[in-house]
Write a new protein. Structure first.
Length: 628
């Protein structure tokens, strides 16, 4: 299908649905469906059809998850329809397995039975994050929603903090959460005060799906304007208190994050863009849900796509059912459960850019990436062992990729980068080095897939005190595709892949950037010459890499500059050469053609094999030096 939108491009869809789907990055494990509370907004309380019966995961199923899946992921989330603290032996089994693999474990609890003994177990075995579902900051509202004593839960949290302090441990870090309802949303600011008082680092607001007895209660579905007002007020308080506010999903109070009532059949129609919606959910690619009965689900709300009693995890994850779901998720017709799900938002189809920045163009990322993070005000993403992104721009041309490797000795230094189906380029970094990698794009495609791959490394200490296992220690800061047209080929396999010629009118400076592909090591003593035509009587200076270059005049018909050909610093990348031409104030207005050519060590000119100017056969015209 020819479409302006990335989601409807066959290469993009095939990549996300049928090719190269990696193992998940994290897993949700439901250890039990037993619960000591009956909260009004919980499906278990209402007994809706999908609610599982009371049961606990068998050790056989848990062992299969630990052996087949856990070695591939970097995080385990203990969640589900039950209270995990009712099965401490299974929690301990997960924590021990995670410690061997050096991965993180997070958990959610209502906190009612968080005794000192359980607190000691969680602290001693380094549970990383503990979400405590409070849903209110006032005791009467809390009891009306959860049927329990808020003061008891707060005492338990205080006990946990005392255990952490005695053990001199930061973990588990605490988060409070609230399901956003009309009856509790006004207490969000007070919940932030409680979080600051009891050492919670963040407060999360989760959008609620509606069913009896909470029809018309969801603040994200029924009164987003009021939700935005409370959120804005709370953010000011949170900033003062040093507490982070998060939303699940992020855009639950935005005006246009709901899907159309009926699917739109014509994604090619530009007029319909505001009506088109894609479900913004990555669970089918990143996070499977393991239920207590061994079934593997895309999430807690969907039917099983397989069971560990009958199949291996890889057979399920890479099987037909998951493939079909992934394809459907990137269409205008996601499954009915997804259309009703409040846990994930919607987005408009993306028109692919020629520049890719994490945090702005996240839908141009394919498989193999972790979530966008920030370092010193810049967004980046960690790459896995095989990470792919998509970018547009008519080839041939030059691909610019901004990469930073981390500082720890022994981490990733060598990566391969492959553009489309072209050959791989091996790129080598020093520890802690950041630079822009320049690579050739030789085909005439308009949409390009770029694959970054390498030997995985785990674990990597990226934050003091945290073991954060990344497949590659490669921080990706962005990319840009420069369309350059046909390359210019010289003898000795030297290729000018592209160039840019730009002017700054304020200081009359002209910048030339040349992208060289050197297929031969015989570039020692190779010279370049630059000619400026026609008559040139004055030329104050030519600055190259910060140094003024000596100038030579050949009569009054041209200006000629000879410089050394650049030496390659990274053998499998393009060599970048930057030259600045600054015209003096005495130059008259007009246009001056600029030519460039090569001279071998014996003084012979190396003739280009393409783009030869008819008046100057040993050089190519780069552009016009324009004086205004």
């Amino acid at each position: 299908m020819n479409s302006p939108y990335l989601e409807f491009n066959s290469r993009y869809r095939d990549h996300l649905t049928e090719q190269n789907v990696p193992y998940p990055t994290a897993v949700n494990i439901e250890l039990t469906t037993l619960c000591n509370l009956r909260c009004i907004m919980c499906p278990k309380t209402s007994g809706v059809a999908r609610t599982p019966p009371d049961r606990t995961m068998s050790e056989t199923v848990l062992e299969k998850i630990i052996s087949e899946v856990v070695p591939h992921v970097f995080r385990i989330d203990l969640v589900g329809d039950g209270e995990i603290l009712l099965v401490p032996s299974l929690i301990l089994k997960v924590l021990n397995a995670a410690a061997k693999q050096k991965i993180l474990v997070n958990a959610s609890t209502n906190g009612v039975i968080l005794t000192e003994e359980l607190a000691n177990m969680l602290v001693r075995n380094q549970l990383h994050d503990l979400n405590i579902s409070l849903d209110a900051a006032q005791a009467d509202t809390y009891r009306a929603i959860r049927g329990a004593d808020l003061d008891l839960v707060l005492r338990n949290i205080k006990t946990l903090n005392q255990v952490k302090k005695k053990a001199d441990s930061l973990y588990p870090r605490l988060q409070f959460s609230m399901v956003g309802m009309k009856r509790n949303i006004d207490q969000l600011p007070a919940l932030v005060h409680l979080a600051a008082q009891y050492g919670a680092q963040s407060v999360m607001v989760q959008a609620m799906g509606e069913f009896d007895p909470v029809e018309n209660e969801s603040i994200s579905l029924r009164d987003r304007e009021h939700g935005r007002q409370i959120l804005n007020k709370t953010r000011e308080i949170a900033h003062r208190e040093g507490v982070t506010i998060t939303l699940w999903p992020q855009g639950q109070f935005d005006e246009n994050t709901t899907s159309p009532v009926n699917p739109i059949p014509s994604p090619d129609d530009h007029v319909q863009k505001d009506l088109l919606r894609i479900k913004d959910c990555d669970f089918p690619w990143d996070v499977p849900y393991f239920a207590t009965d061994g079934s593997v689900r895309p999430c807690c709300a969907m039917a099983p796509l397989g069971n560990l009693d009958q199949s291996s995890f890889s057979e399920i994850w890479f099987g037909d059912a998951y493939t079909q779901l992934r394809r459907q998720m990137k269409s205008l017709n996601p499954p009915a459960e997804c259309r009703k799900c409040p846990g994930r938002g919607w987005y408009q189809p993306v028109e692919c850019r020629s520049e890719l920045l994490p945090g702005r163009d996240d839908h141009q990322f394919g498989t193999g990436w972790f979530e966008t993070e920030t370092y010193k005000g810049e967004n980046y993403r960690w790459a896995r062992e095989n990470a792919v992104f998509f970018i547009t721009g008519k080839g041939p041309g030059v691909m610019e990729i901004d990469i930073h490797t981390v500082w720890d000795i022994g981490t990733t230094q060598v990566i391969d980068i492959q553009i489309d189906e072209e050959r791989k380029h091996t790129v080598t970094f020093t520890f802690g080095e950041r630079r822009v990698v320049y690579l050739p794009v030789t085909n005439s495609e308009n949409l390009h897939s770029v694959r970054i791959s390498g030997k995985g490394w785990r674990p990597v200490t990226t934050v003091p005190g945290e073991l954060d296992p990344r497949s590659l220690t490669v921080m990706f800061y962005g990319a840009r595709m420069r369309s350059m047209g046909d390359p210019v080929r010289f003898s000795d396999n030297i290729v000018l892949r592209g160039y840019s010629f730009s002017a700054t009118s304020m200081d009359r400076t002209h910048s030339i950037t040349l992208f060289w592909e050197n297929g031969s090591a015989k570039t020692d003593n190779l010279k370049q010459f630059f000619h400026v035509f026609p008559d040139v009587h004055h030329f104050r200076s030519i600055v190259f890499r910060g140094f003024e270059i000596l100038r030579r005049f050949d009569g009054t018909k041209r200006f000629q500059l000879d410089i050394d050909f650049p030496s390659p610093s990274h053998s499998d990348e393009l060599m970048i050469q930057q030259i600045q031409l600054q015209a003096p104030p005495s130059w008259s207005s007009g246009q001056y053609p600029v030519f460039m050519g090569l001279i071998d060590p014996r003084g012979n000119r190396i003739h280009p094999q393409s783009r030869i100017h008819s008046l100057h056969r040993s050089a190519i015209q780069l552009g016009l030096l324009e004086i205004k």
